[in-house]
Design a protein around this ligand. Sequence first.
Ligand code: BGC
Length: 537
Amino acid sequence: MPGGGAVAASSGMAGGRKSSIVGIGMSCFAAFGGILFGYDTGVISGVKEMKFWLQTFGYPKNDGSGDYTISTPDESLIVSILSLGTFFGALLAAPMGDFLGRRFGVVGACLIFSAGVAMQTGATAVPLFVAGRVFAGLGVGMVSCLVPMYQAESSPKWIRGAVVSCYQWAITIGILLSGCVNQATKDRNDYSSFRIPIAIQFVWAGILAIGMFLLPESPRWLIKKHREEDAARALGRLLSAPPTDPDVRVEIEDIKANLRMEEEIGQSSYADCFKMGPNKVLLRTLTGIFLQAWQQLTGVNFIFYYGTTFFKNSGIANPFMITIATNVVNVVMTIPAFWAVDHIGRRRLLLIGAAGMLVCEYLIAIIGVTISVENQAGQKVLVAFVCIYIAFFASTWGPVAWVVTSEIFPLAIRAKGMSMSTASNWLWNFGIGYATPYMVNAEYGNLQARVFFVWGSTCLGCLVFTYFCIMETKGLSLEQIDILYQNTTPVKSVSYRDQLIAHNVHAADDEAIRKAAGGDSRFTNEKTSQASAQEKV
Ligand code: BGC
């Protein structure tokens, strides 16, 4: 078996801590893509309330006030069309990321995004503005898939969770930033009031594109393209070591051995993403798709998209300030996740987060239906629980959903799996955003605060889903995650993962895998049969 024994002895270069600082910095930089994501999704809510925007895209009210308004169909088209773009953008990310590479895929996405920003900045009528939102959405959708994938493929395993969590942190900062920029320009007495917050996105795209241009390509993508020497050079740059460094060579062998095994099992098309088999690709694909769906079903965007209105209807004195407060909680409480995701672990964090959100959401619903709008003390308690709920999301499901989907797919189908999972996130994002007013508003479902009973119940779904479907992957290399999937179940994954670490198991190291399985023949048989299949190549 090529590379087998040598690989087994390695701790994996990306696993070593001695010279990883540059690599960590580089993969953290890619998180800048999160600013695009957060800012672009957040900016429209403020922009569409601005006087000069309404004058440009709306029509005069017929109440003699001289104010302008926008028709409901135009408003809902402008707001929701972004999700259509992001959904298709996420799907497009797979061919882009596989063909151009993860790095140039992001650069391409920035160009498409900038075209969308240019259209929106220059638009003087609804159709061009809508077209601009579609293009910007395409770019954001691609970035939202390619950035965490690039980060996971390029960062050291012991800190991969924290690096991908930086991306979520950037999303939260982007949302907050959009609120601040809108606040700063909204009272300007000309068209710059809305054009500045839109055009500023050129800066985010420019920084991301130039940065990605300068960063090394993902070594794993280069191996997939059989560009071994380029991969060694890229890995060397990430680890501040020459491409000939023995540790670099060992890790390259590890990635190659794993890819060979995946190719032997035969998986690279979209149909292959839904196949059963020893590599449990079907489970992995469905886990990614449903994890992102459940992340949206926590109901978090109810607060970010609809919070101001909800707080206003609940009788809260300053709903705008409370919305900003929830944004700040979201930013600040993502920070503990940097540590927690690689120490407490993915699975435990998701379980804790789902349980915490569930309790908060039921309490919000109960308080909301029992207190009157005049009861200011009660409103403060309600706001406090909303903030605790956001804190639970920010420190668990926010980052961990992205961390898990960026690492569970085998290399051969990683771009496709990741892109379908991200598209699922955007589809549910759209569906929930679209359905919410109908569920909550008096003239339709009139759920008001009772809607939190719905979100509380979906968090119960999150809990059950995590327990049965999420593997513990903290501290494992992407190649070790393959071994984990091949040999255990989510419920038993915590102890099996500990064994993988304890026995320093690597791709194609059958002896170590046997030890990790602790003599469980069910585990060893699966692995050994794949190994012998590979032996025949
Ligand atoms: C979610 C977004 C959400 C954001 C809030 C992201 O992980 O995918 O839908 O708006 O977190 O911080």
